[in-house]
Write a protein that binds this ligand. Structure first.
Ligand code: PLP
Length: 434
């Protein structure tokens, strides 16, 4: 961080901040220009990427990477998939944007498709947004419209960064700088059925928000029994069960939606985004059944871009390709193979593999995940560390077993390089021995 700032201010001193001067700087000045032109919200980017195809991306230096993160579970079909390109260019040539004063065929078709795939009962409906946080904002407003004051979310939740979604997000470091947040949200330990029953008992809880697998918390699945208890107890108390499938939806776990792996669990509201547009921004809220259908009345919510024909065409291409290429079964098979192969490494640093399908967390026995992710990047693999001891993989769903196996094969070397360095740092005397 401070290194980057130093570079940026040096650059500032010698170069007038004009577009023309920037262009003349040449391609290798991107890091400094990023520091000057973008707000420092994300920290220094790891690389400047220039191009992608299939499961690979290339940076501006021409280095190739196996993309095992897919823009954080977004590039469902990988990069530059022909079906997505064809759908987007055809739609762009036909009709790009219309506002919600008008409807478009792709928007209606995508809504119908989502209702079908989610098994939504008669009287269900879709609201389109542009991102995960916006989908959760809409769900939050739906919850408020029940008239009940309290909302429950789970410890370690992540629901987004806008004020409402942030109120549902448990991480103190994300919340504290922006208080006061919309009120009424309480957090429960995931897995504690008694706490859930106690919290719901007064009958004044509007909704419970939960992620079937807590992705940002380190790929931590809710136990199926707990998910069933969530469904049963919320129904008993007339509380909405709102499942945030922003990260877990759209085939990511080998099911259209992760909750479909657990029989008898259908939410009242489901939110989607990330993988739905295959890289084109889109979010969606599905209200399941007549009881939730009319909680948002005409005029009570809206968005300029939501359900835009381009975004909807992207969504249709993603869902169509997943079905045509039988990718859900593929995701289950490749994910299970990866888990088996990583466990077979029997590496002392690897505690296990969490997750489902191609949303995978390799649990380490030491808080070295950031270092391993950096080592992986240097070796040509993009993964990330959602927590200090978890490596997350969320590759394009088209990845083959052979492609993923190149990472499994490299993993012991990456782990050893990092643990050797950690040992040397802890005991500088060891350094000389290398
Ligand atoms: C990423 C994510 C969000 C927020 O989505 P954005 O598109 O970044 O706003 C919300 N919920 C979950 C579970 C997510 O993984």
């Amino acid at each position: 961080m401070s290194e980057r700032n130093a570079t940026a201010s040096e650059h500032n001193a010698t170069t007038p901040a004009t577009g023309a001067a920037h262009a003349a700087d040449g391609a290798d000045d991107y890091a400094a220009r990023y520091g000057e032109a973008l707000l420092p919200v994300f920290g220094a980017p790891q690389k400047v990427l220039a191009r992608g195809e299939g499961v690979h991306v290339w940076d501006t230096e021409g280095t190739q990477y196996l993309d095992l993160l897919a823009g954080i579970a977004v590039n469902t079909l990988g990069h530059a998939h022909p079906a997505l390109l064809a759908a987007l260019s055809k739609q762009a040539e036909t009709l790009g944007h219309v506002s919600n004063f008008f409807a478009s065929a792709p928007q209606i078709e995508l809504a119908e498709k989502l209702l079908e795939l989610s098994g939504a009962p008669a009287g269900s409906g879709v609201f389109f947004a542009n991102s995960g946080t916006e989908a959760n904002e809409a769900a939050f407003k739906i919850a408020r419209r029940t008239g009940r004051p309290r909302i429950l979310a789970l410890a370690n939740s992540f629901h987004g960064r806008t004020m409402g979604a942030l109120a549902l997000t448990s991480k103190e470091a994300y919340r504290a700088p922006f208080e006061p947040l919309p009120g009424g949200v309480e957090f429960l330990e995931a897995g504690d059925e008694q706490a859930l029953a106690d919290a719901l008992a007064p009958g004044d809880v509007a909704a419970v928000f939960a992620e079937p697998i807590q992705g940002e918390a380190g790929v931590r699945p809710l136990a199926p029994e707990y998910l069933r208890a969530l469904r049963r107890l919320t129904r008993e108390h007339g509380t909405l069960l709102i499942l945030d499938e922003v990260q877990t939806g759209i085939g990511r776990t080998g099911h259209w939606f992760a909750h479909q792996a657990v029989e008898g669990v259908q939410p009242d509201v489901m939110t989607l985004a990330k993988g739905l547009g295959g890289g084109f921004p889109i979010g969606a809220v599905i209200s399941m059944g007549p009881a939730v259908h009319d909680l948002l009345q005409p005029g009570q919510h809206g968005t300029t871009f939501g359900g835009n024909p381009l975004a909807a065409a992207a969504g249709l291409a993603v869902l169509g390709t997943l079905a045509e290429d039988d990718l859900l079964a593929h995701v289950r098979r490749v994910g299970a193979g990866f888990t088996r192969d990583v466990l077979a490494l029997d590496h002392p640093l690897v505690e296990g593999v969490r997750g489902a399908g191609l949303l995978l967390g390799v649990a380490l026995r030491a808080p070295l995940a950031k270092e391993v992710a950096a080592e992986a990047l240097a070796a040509g693999f993009i993964v990330n560390a959602p927590d200090p001891s978890t490596l997350r993989l969320a590759p394009p769903l088209i990845i083959t077993e052979a492609e993923l196996a190149t990472f499994t094969a490299a993993l012991p070397g990456l782990l050893e390089a990092v643990s050797a360095r950690a040992a040397a740092d802890a005991d500088p005397a060891l350094e000389g021995e290398h």
